[in-house]
Design a protein around this ligand. Structure first.
Ligand SMILES: NC(=O)c1ccc[n+]([C@@H]2O[C@H](COP(=O)([O-])OP(=O)(O)OC[C@H]3O[C@@H](n4cnc5c(N)ncnc54)[C@H](OP(=O)(O)O)[C@@H]3O)[C@@H](O)[C@H]2O)c1
Length: 334
């Protein structure tokens, strides 16, 4: 299938391009960015671009929209311009997007393939409601992706409440996101809109598909988000209250969590691994960045506490979106 990557020169777009090198199902035909990049070879703009894509001439978004001529789109554009672009493309083409523009629409899934694969059924609702041949599938914001992979094995124990404090990497803010001076030797306990996203996206992802929409999971999720001087990899301290379960049982459920193993998706990796002391520098690239690492599990008063770390650009963005597309193809939606 011919695919385009929108925002191909950004942090997430580059990660998409890297993951698509030699992909057995998806062949990159078009790399799209702003007028600033248009007309230049991809290798000129992205020094460490894979050989396979270095000679491709980057096209502007405006040019691309005139004649997309691809079978599938991966979107890594800023949210501010994504809504209109995605809707226009989805009339004909499946769109897998990292932008938040459509995440909260009733008929659009926020998909983490190992957590809520059944929510792909919303594609049928979307097509019926909007009359599209294509569709839009979003993935969550980066810290939510890491959190929900760690919460999915705990659902069987009856989640009552989740509190989380994040320690998020600099690359989560995109290329122009943060001044080096602000983040060096510092922790910044404010990431605009992030806490709301974690709280609401998690409950939608862990919610129940009811006919034409999702009923959010009935438990409270409360988050504090901080930015820390780590290049890649979001780390999260999680406190979760459960109806039942012991440390041994939870540890067993973390270890056994491998829900899509049988589907043989090209990019699939075991989504979660337990390690005593999870750390971004040591563990973010596990499973080519798709595996999150959980550890420090202990009982704490009426709750359990643990730490989870995962790659924000892979598990939390491009890798998650690529897995979404692979799952949709495997299940016959593409
Ligand atoms: N970073 C993360 O960890 C992360 C995680 C999850 C989701 N996301 C979401 O993914 C998206 C991309 O994030 P990012 O961190 O990769 O951002 P980024 O590094 O700032 O990259 C933005 C990309 O969009 C292009 N672009 C910007 N304005 C444009 C315009 N007017 N027309 C056409 N292209 C335009 C840029 O092209 P030029 O190079 O030509 O300017 C660049 O390719 C955002 O919606 C973000 O919220 C990011």
């Amino acid at each position: 299938m011919k695919v385009a990557v929108l925002g191909a020169t950004g942090m997430v777009g580059r990660t998409f391009v890297g993951l698509l090198e030699g992909h057995p199902w998806f062949k990159v035909e078009k790399l799209v960015a702003s007028e600033r990049s248009a007309g230049k070879r991809y290798g000129e703009l992205v020094e460490d671009a894979p050989e396979e894509f270095r000679e491709i001439e980057v096209v502007s978004l405006g040019e691309f929209l005139k004649d997309p001529d691809v079978d599938l789109v991966f979107n890594a554009l800023p949210a501010s311009i994504s809504r209109e672009v995605e809707e226009r493309l989805a009339e004909q083409i499946p769109v897998f997007t990292n932008a938040r523009a459509h995440r909260y629409d009733d008929d659009v899934p926020i998909l983490v393939p190992e957590v809520n694969p059944g929510h792909l059924k919303l594609i049928e609702v979307q097509r019926e409601k909007r009359g599209w041949n294509g569709f839009i599938v979003t993935n969550p914001n980066c810290s939510t992706a890491v959190l929900t992979v760690s919460l999915a094995p705990l659902v069987e124990f009856g989640i009552k409440r989740v509190h989380v404090a994040t320690m998020q990497a600099i690359s989560g803010a995109g290329f122009s996101g943060l001044s080096a001076l602000a983040i060096q030797d510092n922790v910044i306990p404010l990431i605009s809109g992030e806490e709301w996203k974690i709280e609401n996206e998690s409950r939608k992802i862990l919610g129940r598909l009811d006919g034409k929409g999702i009923t959010p999971a009935p438990f409270e999720v409360s988050a504090i988000a901080t930015r820390v001087p780590v290049l890649h990899g979001h780390t999260e301290a999680v406190f979760v209250e459960l109806e039942r379960g012991s440390v041994e049982e939870i540890r067993g459920a973390f270890g056994a969590f491998d829900p899509l193993k049988e589907l043989d998706l090209p990019s699939y990796e075991k989504p979660l691994v337990y390690t005593d002391v999870p750390q971004p520098r040591l563990h973010r690239d596990r499973g080519r960045g798709l595996t999150v690492t959980v550890g420090r599990l202990e009982e704490s008063g009426s709750a359990f506490k643990y730490v989870v770390t995962g790659h924000n650009l892979v598990r939390g963005a491009a890798g998650g979106s690529l897995l979404n597309a692979e799952l949709a193809r495997r299940l016959g939606y593409i």
